[in-house]
Ligand binder design. Structure first.
Ligand code: PGA
Length: 255
């Protein structure tokens, strides 16, 4: 099965209703003007904006997702949002295990796994993030760390359709320092090989693995041209439609 690119915007904690709606409308307009897009397009706004943005994106082909979810369906968890709540308001995807969640909220692999399990149980597709820190890369632990996070964060019922992996080297997120295409490809290939052990060869072959970390239109073509890179999880550059589509457009020139 040929893997279809996924271009995913992670807006993080940016945008009030007015800005978010204007951005989503611009994304929808741009997306509608693309003939036969070779990628799926997803935007992940902050929770308070999701309902309004789902309305804007309905029937446009632009999918909407959450940036996190709780591992339980409901209950006494002040400030949290469950996966079924996201599904209920029209989300199709949810990101779990982003390094900012792992750092800011002390999320461990087992927490990430429980969240991913809840996401799949709710019917959402899940984007599970992993990635090494600078010190881990500099001390030669890159592949070990990514394999450990992968093994610890994936629930047992993953399929190539319901799960996407995002490799996001922590040192490249929001820093302007991007992994070289060779660095990224090396980790993506190692992730795919590990997926064959964790799941099976078909799932490993068909599952999409996104790169995230300072992806911009200037570096997207080399990154997305790598054999095991199937799209991007894009932070800063997803906040401007011309930058976001600058990346998406690149997919059309990759053989
Ligand atoms: P960035 O963020 O593109 O701003 O580096 C990526 C991410 O954190 O998902």
């Amino acid at each position: 099965m040929a893997r279809r690119f996924l271009i995913a915007g992670n807006w993080k904690m940016n945008g009030l209703i007015k800005d978010g709606c204007a951005l989503a409308s611009a994304v929808v307009e741009r997306h509608k003007a693309v003939n036969n897009a070779v990628y799926d397009m997803l935007i992940c706004p902050p929770f308070p904006l999701i309902s309004s943005i789902v309305k804007i994106c309905t029937d446009s082909g632009v999918l909407v997702g959450g940036q996190d979810c709780h591992m339980n369906e409901n209950g006494a968890h002040t400030g949290d949002t469950s996966a079924i709540m996201l599904k209920d308001i029209g989300c199709r995807y949810v990101i779990v295990g982003h390094s900012e969640r792992r750092t800011d909220h002390a999320e461990t692999d087992s927490i990430v796994k429980a969240k991913a399990k809840a996401a799949l149980a709710s019917g959402l597709k899940v984007i599970i993030c992993i990635g090494e820190t600078l010190i881990e890369r500099e001390t030669g632990q890159t592949l070990t760390v990514n394999k450990r996070q992968l093994n610890g964060s994936l629930p047992s019922n993953i399929t190539a359709e319901n799960t996407i992996i995002a490799y996001e080297p922590v040192w490249a997120i929001g820093t302007g320092k991007v992994a070289t295409p060779e660095q990224a490809q090396e980790v993506h290939a190692a992730i795919r090989a590990e997926l064959a052990h964790i799941a099976d060869a078909d799932i490993a072959n068909d599952m999409r693995i996104l790169y995230g970390g300072s992806m911009k239109r200037g570096n997207a073509s080399e990154l997305l041209g790598q054999p095991d890179i199937d799209g991007g999880l894009i932070g800063g550059a997803s906040l401007k439609p011309e930058d976001f589509f600058g990346i998406a457009d690149v997919c059309h020139s990759i053989p």
